[in-house]
Design a protein around this ligand. Structure first.
Ligand code: ASN
Ligand code: ZN
Length: 328
């Protein structure tokens, strides 16, 4: 029967009222994004396997009840797709135009979200008491970026390479959040600031000073490889913040940061767009599955050299910024 690509209006928990890609099939709309590889969003209905049911609606206005989480993750996947395509020139996770899919309402009181290579899909829990879904745009971009990392450098998810894998997801999550420029979710260098995962309103991670979470490392040290990957990501997240924004105190979109350096140096920052471009080129061109922090330094220097030249201010900033997180 006839199918038509549509643009719906949805209200999520974290993103306000947004436009989303939908499909009209007969007289039923579904969360099938016809302009972004037909990315679909499913309701697992607290199940933990399969695809549950595709979110459908009798009109193209999506709000309330179970739809809320579906709107947020569908929107997050769409903005992440757009960012990769429009900013980085990447056509989907595998750069082949093929979309992943999203699953909302996974399990009961499940306080996590995850990417899986085996289903080529993203899955989101509803959080504590099934009332704090992990469905914000930075979480969606973080999970989708795990797919990009798997399709490119394929950084092994343990030890230092695991920390770099995690940091890559956080770095691109921040990039997507700024790109989306959603007034309900303004761009910042915090990860998971909307989902209240700690129950006290604090973010999951802080890129300006990762140790603010109580567990992440700010600087490289020889013991970093034995730290959980969500904490050994710290020095690379810190590198990204410093490279983009510089050291010291700064307020952006109403959020105040104060980023220290290991060597006491003062850094100016080259701007977020260039920092993202350097990281992405390093990920997709120079890093491999076994890259550690020392290798990330050389990979990003190679990327900066290729993008801006080896005598450029950007190249010098990459070198100085790694030194500022004790990678030299
Ligand atoms: N939400 C977590 C992450 O994406 C799931 C995990 O531990 N892999 O990192
Ligand atoms: Zn992750």
């Amino acid at each position: 029967r006839d199918e038509a690509i549509e643009t719906g209006t949805g209200t999520g928990k974290y993103n306000g009222t947004v436009t989303i890609g939908t499909t009209l099939s007969g007289s039923t709309y579904s969360l099938t994004d016809g302009t972004r590889g037909s990315h679909k969003t499913y309701d697992l209905n607290q199940g933990t396997s399969g695809t549950g049911t595709l979110f459908t609606n009798s009109s193209d206005v999506w709000s309330g009840g179970r739809l809320t989480a579906g709107v947020d993750v569908h929107y997050g996947a769409g903005k992440t797709w757009d960012f990769y395509k429009n900013v980085l020139g990447r056509n989907g996770i595998k750069n082949n135009g093929v979309a992943s899919y999203s699953r909302a309402h996974y399990g009961n009181n499940y306080v996590n979200a995850f990417w899986s290579d085996s289903c080529f899909c993203m899955t989101y829990g509803d959080g504590a008491s099934n009332s704090r879904p992990l469905t914000s745009i930075d979480v969606a971009a973080h999970e989708m970026t795990h797919g990009v990392t798997a399709a490119t450098a394929n950084l092994t998810y343990s030890g230092e390479s695991g920390g770099l894998n995690e940091a890559t997801s956080d770095i691109l999550a921040t990039a997507v959040e700024f790109y989306a420029a959603n007034s309900a979710a303004p761009g910042n260098y915090l990860i998971g600031e909307q989902i209240n995962i700690n129950g006290n309103g604090t973010p999951l991670r802080y890129q300006d000073k990762p140790s603010k979470d109580g567990a992440s490392r700010d600087y490289w040290s020889s013991t970093l490889g034995s730290v959980d990957v969500h904490y050994s990501s710290g020095p690379a997240n810190h590198f990204f913040y410093l490279l983009a924004e510089g050291s010291g105190a700064k307020t952006i979109n109403g959020v105040s940061y104060n980023s220290p350096t290991y060597d006491g140096s003062t850094l100016a920052g080259i701007g977020r767009d260039k920092a993202v471009a350097i990281w992405y080129k390093a990920l997709t061109t120079y890093m491999t599955s076994t890259t550690k922090y020392a290798g990330a330094r050389t990979a990003t220097l190679s990327a900066a050299g290729a993008l801006y030249g080896t005598t450029s201010a950007e190249y010098k900033a990459v070198a100085a910024t790694w030194t500022a997180v004790n990678v030299s």
